[in-house]
Design a protein around this ligand. Structure first.
Ligand SMILES: [Zn+2]
Length: 69
């Protein structure tokens, strides 16, 4: 699935309309990050970040968002 290009972090998800768009964290998550992840405040994106990696994602429908350059 290709990420949707946006100018800034969407308040509401463009697909499902829910306010569940959160930041995607790359790299090794800290214990605090895990806590936020478990609370649905963060997505763990894995260790590999590329130019095409999305910045934000919806925890409800998994739609991904990438910042427009
Ligand atoms: Zn959504």
């Amino acid at each position: 699935m290709k990420p949707i290009k946006v100018l800034r972090k969407p308040i509401k998800c463009q697909k499902c309309g829910k306010k569940t768009v959160v930041k995607i964290l790359y790299g090794m998550p800290s214990p605090e990050s895990w806590e936020r992840y478990e609370n649905g405040k963060l997505i763990i994106g894995g260790c590999c970040i590329t130019q095409d990696s999305p910045e934000w994602g919806c925890t409800h429908c998994q739609t991904e968002y990438k910042k427009k350059k």
